[in-house]
Design a protein around this ligand. Structure first.
Ligand code: C2R
Length: 177
């Protein structure tokens, strides 16, 4: 059963939103995907928001590029949490979408991840759903554990490299390290 509704402003957003779908699948979270533009399909956007909760959705992930009103408009029609994903499809590479989502005025919040942060949107969704779904909690914790294990050697190498760089930079300035 779909508990997450993924909505994107255009079919052209699919590639950038794909990591959200893959990650939800990995977490065993049911989702549905819709293409709705708040600008081009205002009636559908309203209907989606109004019916989301009664259809069993618990959370919405809305990805859009350019002037991205979609997450805010969906959030205006529902009290479900809405996570916005600003997409780099426009000539401003997503900065305009980021501002549209992150700068929602007080009263109707939209959680906003990084530009093209579809994967994090799904992980954030997992952590929210994990509050009451034990299976999701287990899957999310497992993901985080594996990620930490995999990241450990790379982190060590990075630290070493950056310490070396600092030492070289300090020597160049005539300072002791
Ligand atoms: P097209 O490729 O269809 O022209 O869309 C879409 O998310 C897409 O990234 C170009 C970009 O326009 C965005 N779009 C929005 C909205 N509707 C479409 N930001 C909206 O209602 O917010």
């Amino acid at each position: 059963m779909a508990v997450v509704g993924i909505v994107m402003g255009s079919k052209s957003d699919e590639k950038l939103m794909r990591p959200a779908m893959d990650t939800l699948e990995q977490m065993g979270i049911g989702y549905e995907v819709s293409v709705i533009s708040a600008h081009r399909n205002p009636e559908e956007a309203r209907e989606f928001g109004l019916s989301a909760e009664s259809r069993g959705l618990e959370l919405i992930i809305a990805g859009a590029g350019k002037a991205a009103h979609l997450p805010g408009v969906l959030a205006s029609w529902t009290t479900l949490p809405v996570i916005g994903v600003p997409l780099s499809s426009g000539s401003l590479m997503g900065v305009e979408s980021l501002y549209s989502m992150a700068e929602m005025p007080p009263g109707v919040p939209v959680a906003c991840v990084a530009i093209d942060g579809a994967k994090n949107a799904a992980l954030l969704a997992a952590s929210i759903l994990a509050l009451k779904d034990k299976k999701v909690k287990k899957a999310y914790q497992e993901f985080r554990r594996k990620q930490s294990e995999g990241a450990a050697p790379a982190t060590k190498r990075k630290c070493g490299a950056s310490r070396e760089k600092t030492a070289i930079a300090s020597k160049a300035k005539g300072k002791r390290t």
